[in-house]
Write a protein that binds this ligand. Structure first.
Ligand code: GLN
Ligand code: ZN
Length: 780
């Protein structure tokens, strides 16, 4: 029996970020739309050919996008909010993606628990005419290149609705959508398409059970078209919904076997005889090569239970970069165990072949026994041996690569020992908040500060690039950074802020900056993945024990503090954010990786204190977004996430004021965990959420100080003192005066100095006004 292979989507930004570059050229008027579309086509066809050449049997097509594939489906189905209806074509599309003049874009939010962001559809009563001709063009073109291998991806109606802002009831929305989907599927059928993937990742969410009826209604209707449907899920297991999902009238169901407990569900409940299983066994969310000794036993279990299955990645490969072999500057033992999209395709084919070969050539039961019998001590039975035997024909066996990597990857006894000997006390500050507060720095009421970064002008960016390329000496670079710090401190003094920052000019990225100085992190040259639209990120790779070998932020702090009598904050990136924005190891839990980073930060905290820092901020913008998809797993995550933060801050003296910052957080349901962070001051995004975040905190009775983001740093508008005053008054109404700080929403790095200077001056004058009104000069 030959096992077929499939994909569920591919990176679409281009191997050299061609689409990103074309988009930006188009937006700035440098190229015409035809040229942009041509680039997208070239990238798309190159992607198809790669998959074809690797031998993938069923190649998913149609996920290529100009900005976001969810927006594409919103657009195709005519789900156009009124404010965009005045535009047409690409102008409309990009207005929805990015806004246009006064018209705000669709809201952008995180795609499940990934670092990709999609545009949230808004569905009202009025639906314009659907037009999916671009999709059909894509599909027919793919048929010319791929023939029967072309399998269109259609975004599932239930997930579309589940993720939308709905102004109509779900039933009504479904009745509008069903005929559209039927027409689309009918058209695909008439093109000779043999199967369609319908992606319904919302089936793994905790609330999928509430949607059971909708799924049943939708799929009962769609099955009438008579085109085979593969219902594709990913990112987690089907949980309690497994049984009824198995009963939906589709031909195949794809499950993620890399996350959650889908395998257990299959073992417990079986798999329907009349359906095919899409085995998402190659992890599409991380960059490690498969470990056959882990993967093969899973596949063997599946083979025993499921009569027909296909091998595939666990999700779209859009979450990994294109090609690991290009990372020539990485040490070979590391590069050899990395697997980006191209390698993952090979793994899928490899696994399908091995399973097939094994099936016809040998009886692995007896092979297992031979190995076992050869080994005197059965408990020492080594799965590696088994797989090595089985794959001995491979040029360089996967196991050897892993073996070499294990020898190469940094392990550190000291950090492992430290982790083992952690005690509760290590996670706690020496004194409780109430007791330590009076020992900490005394500041005016409504103290003013910023979140850390100041404008990253093109001058600053060029400086860093030239330094990286070796065009300027370290000394010249440091002098130039110092002059930025000097200017930044001067500006803050002129604005009369109370707590200053050095400006973060030496940092391209808040995770990269620390990762580059820590052992155990690696950085790619071409490992770009799409974050949203044209924005790409290169996530660091944690590949060994994390160790701090030298102070990371102390020099900049010392210099900044030497320039002013006001307190300067030491600025660190927290352990949870470091982990959540990196590709992590799979040989030890994420928790352990976060603790290792926390230990490194602990040393940094101590070093900062030693050179006089009275205030240290440990940013955790990614803490909330790391929440698991199923609420029943939240506590487990929050427990270690909060502990990691506490481990990094617990070492601080009671006199040191610890700040943390989180952006775009909804705290309502996790307030007790936020309290448990035990940060003296928490600064939050506030101005775009209409104070909702603040109310969530105050309703929850938050007891520590809050930096109430008084203006939106993502907008170029300069907020007036009155606007900020009114924002602050809301804060006062809800919190004791002593708890209130005054600061912008987030870091100022994307803004220009011309915007920042007046905005901060206005912010300070708002704080002063409040102090006068309240007749307060001291915080307590
Ligand atoms: N300190 C960082 C900055 O100001 C925080 C950024 C963030 O929250 N994402 O840039
Ligand atoms: Zn922020």
């Amino acid at each position: 029996m030959k096992i077929k292979t499939a994909t569920l989507g591919y990176p679409r930004i281009g191997k050299n970020r061609e689409v990103k570059k074309a988009l930006e050229a188009f937006w700035s008027g440098k190229i015409a739309s035809e040229s942009l579309l041509e680039t997208v086509k070239e990238v798309e066809e190159a992607n198809w050919k790669t998959q074809l050449d690797t031998g993938i049997d069923k190649i998913a097509v149609g996920d290529t996008t100009l900005y976001d594939h969810i927006l594409d489906w919103t657009f195709r189905f005519g789900l156009i909010p009124e404010r965009f209806q005045q535009f047409s074509g690409l102008e409309r599309y990009f207005a929805m993606a990015r806004g246009k003049e006064e018209i705000p874009a669709l809201e952008m939010t995180k795609w499940f628990d990934t670092n990709y962001h999609y545009l949230v559809p808004e569905i009202s009563n009025e639906v314009l005419t659907a037009d999916w001709s671009d999709f059909i063009e894509r599909v027919t073109r793919s048929q010319k290149i791929l023939g029967k291998r072309a399998i269109p991806i259609v975004f599932g109606p239930c997930t579309l609705l589940r993720l939308s802002k709905l102004e109509v009831n779900i039933g009504k929305a479904i009745s509008v959508l069903i005929p559209l989907y039927i027409n689309l599927l009918t058209e695909l059928k008439s093109l000779g398409i043999t199967e369609v993937q319908i992606h319904e990742p919302a089936l793994v969410l905790g609330d999928a059970n509430n949607w059971k009826q909708h799924y049943q209604t939708v799929y009962n209707s769609l099955s009438n078209v008579g085109i085979p449907l593969n219902l594709v899920t990913y990112f987690d297991d089907l949980g309690e919904n497994y049984s009824w999902v198995m009963d939906l009238p589709v031909n195949a169901i794809s499950l993620d076997l890399t996350r959650g407990r889908n395998l257990e569900l299959i073992k417990t409940y079986g798999f329907p005889k009349d359906k095919r299983l899409g085995v998402g066994i190659v992890d599409a969310r991380n960059i490690w090569q498969i470990r056959p000794e882990e993967v093969i036993p899973k596949l063997e279990t599946i083979k025993d239970i499921v009569s027909e299955f296909e091998m595939q990645p666990s999700a779209s490969l859009q979450f990994v970069p294109y090609d690991a072999t290009r990372e020539k500057q990485l040490p070979e033992p590391l590069r050899n165990v990395l697997s980006f999209a191209e390698q993952k395709l090979q793994e899928v084919v490899f696994l399908a072949q091995k399973i097939t070969v094994c099936d016809s050539e040998c009886n692995h039961e007896s092979l297992t026994n031979i190995n076992r019998n050869n080994d005197q001590d059965q408990s020492k039975f080594d799965a590696n041996k088994l797989t090595v035997t089985r794959y001995k024909k491979d040029q360089k066996s996967i196991e050897t690569a892993w073996e070499e990597f294990r020898r190469f990857s940094p392990t550190n006894q000291k950090v492992q020992q430290q982790l083992k000997s952690l005690i509760t006390k290590d996670f706690e500050r020496n004194l409780s908040y109430d007791l330590r507060r009076s020992l900490q720095i005394s500041l005016p009421a409504f103290p003013t500060t910023t979140i850390g970064s100041f404008p990253q002008t093109s001058e600053v960016r060029k400086l860093r690039v030239r330094y990286k390329r070796g065009e300027i000496s370290q000394e010249d670079y440091q002098t130039a950074i110092k002059s930025q710090i000097l200017e930044c401190i001067k500006t803050q003094e002129e604005a009369e802020l109370d707590v200053l920052v050095h400006g973060e000019f030496e940092r391209t990225d808040m995770v990269e900056y620390f990762g580059q100085q820590l052992q155990g992190f690696a950085f790619t040259q071409n490992g770009w993945v799409q974050s949203y639209g044209s924005r790409c990120v290169r996530p660091p790779i944690i590949y060994g024990d994390v160790i701090r070998t030298q102070a990371m932020t102390v020099d900049e702090f010392i210099y900044a503090q030497s320039l002013t009598a006001k307190p300067v904050k030491g600025m660190l990136t927290g352990p949870v954010t470091m982990v959540n924005w990196s590709y992590t190891r799979t040989d030890i839990p994420r928790q352990e990786q976060a603790y290792q980073i926390a230990l490194a930060l602990r040393d940094e905290v101590t070093d900062l204190e030693a050179v006089g820092a009275k205030i240290i901020q440990i940013d955790e913008p990614a803490l909330r977004e790391g929440l698991p998809l199923k609420q029943e797993q939240w506590n487990q995550y929050l427990s270690w996430a909060v502990d990691s933060f506490k481990l990094s801050a617990g070492i601080a003296k009671p006199e040191t004021q610890i700040h943390t910052h989180m952006c775009y957080s909804e705290f309502g349901d996790i307030i007790s965990h936020i309290e448990r962070l035990d940060a003296d001051v928490l600064s939050i995004e506030n101005s775009r959420s209409n104070n909702e975040t603040l109310y969530e905190l105050t309703d929850g009775g938050y007891s520590k100080q809050v930096g109430n983001g008084v203006y939106d740093v993502h907008s170029p508008a300069i907020p007036t003192s009155e606007q900020m005053l009114s924002q602050l008054r809301t804060g006062i109404a809800n919190l004791p005066v002593q708890q209130i700080w005054v600061n912008p929403d987030c870091g100022l790095k994307t803004r220009r100095w011309e915007e920042v200077i007046p905005a901060l001056k206005n912010m300070v004058s708002a704080a002063k006004k409040l102090r006068e009104e309240a007749n307060l000069t001291k915080g307590d």
